[in-house]
Design a protein around this ligand. Structure first.
Ligand code: MLC
Ligand code: AMP
Length: 508
């Protein structure tokens, strides 16, 4: 069934009620949402694209950007969101790899992005600005505000989300209508969404967390969203008293806790604070209880799987644990002998369920590598059931993520693959080699640091390397610090010992 049909079943009867209130004071009713979505779906349908055609979107967050997502789903096309921080080199790869039929970009990126899009074979490039400007809405305006949702099979594609590759380039995780609708239905029940809930939405909508987990949650429950273009603590504190649910990466919670205006009183109407995308520190979890009386609910997921596990809504929420497998999802932890780990034994986290993606876009070999012969997806995360952490005993059926087998840095909820940054630095003149590591960071959880070795006789300047990277890769990937050294520590096999570097460079 089309995901939109599933979400729409939850829309309220009273279509004049508010679906989205923006932080700058605009109100969109459910009727507005449906009509705007239908107009956009009609525009897309008028292009007569085959099923499965991709609509790649790199725009700033706005209600209209959400309507464009819903319209793409409604029209039976495949939505391909791209982080607005991506620069030309990154975008060139995504467009070339996914060959979208339609590209929608910010008006100020049109001149360079349209060239890349046309080069990759795209037929249509529209613009959509943050303030309802751009050619997309102009073109949609003349279309009808009625649209019959295209019938889709469960296994047909709804979205492709690019995730960075450990070794090679980014891979497009293909998610079906069933992947997304089943997860939305499960989470609605599991987190006990209620009539009258109001979601405070401050996450970006080009990744799983903000686009699927948060938006689907509100839509399928017919709940209003208070819509912020990005995280802004002043605005968050202003709107919290009128909200009941907040979803955020751990940085949301550390920033809230650091603000003296964030009090019990501000949270008085809140029902649920949810954290995910990166590990929530036990100290943040505990400080939050102390300051507000609320216990943050931590959950765990991935672009390839949507949500996998969650702490309990009505039962225990445990610091440092990501909770129980969601209904319908199976999780196993395997040791090196390929046996199921016992409680407290650390191993590889593998998953199965209706929410697991169907493969990487045009990478059948990579897809095969990431699944076991018996059909479990290898998450690349390392975990254990139960055991003990700094907060005490963890229930035996609760999963703890204790590390990653993939060389990955998660900074403020964004994934950064060291290899990608290293290859940019290694290509710079005068650079012999580099190692990129993640070190603990009070705001972002982890921060990127690059350790660089110059070629003999060359002088390098860390600030110049940072300046060079800015504008070539997304800002969040740019190292917060670059250290120049004469050599990198290596083990007997000649492999760079990143653990030693992590110890040596513990602070930015
Ligand atoms: C911004 N910067 C970052 C950064 N975000 N650097 C490292 N890591 C980040 N996450 C850069 C900015 O470009 C800027 O650089 C400088 O750091 C300071 O920026 P800021 O103004 O403090 O950042 P801000 O705009 O407030 O953004 C921080 C943030 C944002 C944490 C609110 O990054 C964010 O919304 N993150 C959420 C990511 C997310 O949705 N992840 C879900 C993925 S899905 P300069 O050079 O200009 O000073 C997933 C699956 C799952 O993982 O389980 O959910
Ligand atoms: P992404 O590829 O952006 O979808 O990121 C998915 C990765 O984020 C997972 O494989 C985990 O490594 C990490 N992640 C998500 N939620 C959590 C969490 N609650 N605790 C620890 N890691 C998490």
């Amino acid at each position: 069934m089309n995901l939109f049909t599933v979400l729409e079943k939850g829309f309220p009867r009273d279509k004049s009620s508010c679906a989205i209130e923006t932080s700058d004071g605009l109100y969109y009713s459910w009727d507005d949402l449906e009509k705007a979505t239908s107009k956009l779906a009609n525009l897309l349908a008028s292009l007569k694209l085959p099923k499965g055609a991709r609509v790649a979107v790199q725009v700033e967050k706005s209600p209209e950007a959400l309507f464009l997502y819903l319209a793409t789903i409604k029209a039976g096309l495949v939505f391909l969101p791209l982080n607005s921080a991506y620069q030309a080199t990154e975008m060139e790869y995504f467009l070339d790899n996914s060959k979208p039929a339609v590209v929608v970009c910010s008006p100020n990126c049109f001149s360079w992005l349209s060239k890349l899009a046309f080069k990759s074979g795209t037929q249509q490039v529209y613009t959509l600005g943050e303030r309802r400007d751009g050619s997309l809405l102009e073109r949609a305006a003349s279309h009808s505000n009625q649209f019959d949702t295209v019938t889709m099979k469960d296994e047909e594609l709804a979205a492709i989300l690019y995730t960075s590759g450990t070794t090679g380039r980014s891979k497009g995780a293909m998610l079906t209508h069933k992947n997304l609708s089943s997860n939305a239905q499960v989470l609605q029940k599991y987190w006990s969404w209620k009539k009258g809930d109001v979601l405070l939405h401050a996450l970006p909508i080009f990744h799983v967390h903000g686009l699927f987990v948060a938006s689907h949650g509100a839509l399928i429950n017919g709940s209003k969203m208070i819509w912020m273009p990005k995280l802004d603590i002043d605005q968050l504190i202003k709107f919290l008293p009128r909200s009941t649910i907040l979803m955020g990466v751990p940085t949301f919670y550390t920033r809230l806790l650091a603000d003296s205006r964030f009090t019990k009183e501000v949270c008085k109407n809140m029902r649920l604070f949810i954290a995910g995308s990166a590990p929530l520190l036990a100290e943040t979890f505990n400080e939050f209880i102390e300051k507000t009386g609320y216990t943050i609910l931590e959950r765990y997921g991935m672009s390839e799987t949507v949500m996998l596990t969650s702490n309990s809504y009505s039962g225990r929420r445990v610091a440092g644990a990501v909770g129980l497998p969601l209904p319908g999802t199976q999780v196993r932890v395997m040791n090196e002998q390929r046996q199921l780990c016992k409680v407290n034994e650390v191993g590889a986290v593998e998953v199965k369920g209706p929410n697991i993606f169907v493969g990487y876009w045009e990478m059948p070999e990579k897809t095969k590598e990431e699944f076991t012969a018996d059909g479990w997806f290898k998450t690349g995360d390392v975990g254990r059931w139960g055991g003990e952490n700094t907060s005490g005993k963890v229930p035996d059926d609760y999963l703890c993520i204790v590390g990653r087998s993939k060389d990955l840095i998660i900074s403020g909820g964004y994934n950064i693959y060291p290899k990608e940054i290293e290859s940019f630095i290694d290509d710079m003149p005068g650079v012999q080699e580099s190692a990129v590591i993640g070190i603990p960071h009070p705001d972002f959880g982890e921060a990127v640091v690059a350790i660089v070795v110059p070629k003999p006789g060359c002088n390098l300047d860390g600030a110049a390397i940072i300046a060079d990277l800015k504008g070539r890769i997304a800002n969040f990937k740019v190292p917060k610090r670059v250290a120049i050294v004469s050599e990198l520590p290596r083990n007997a096999m000649g492999k760079v010992q990143k653990n030693i570097l992590r110890q040596d460079y513990q602070t930015t």
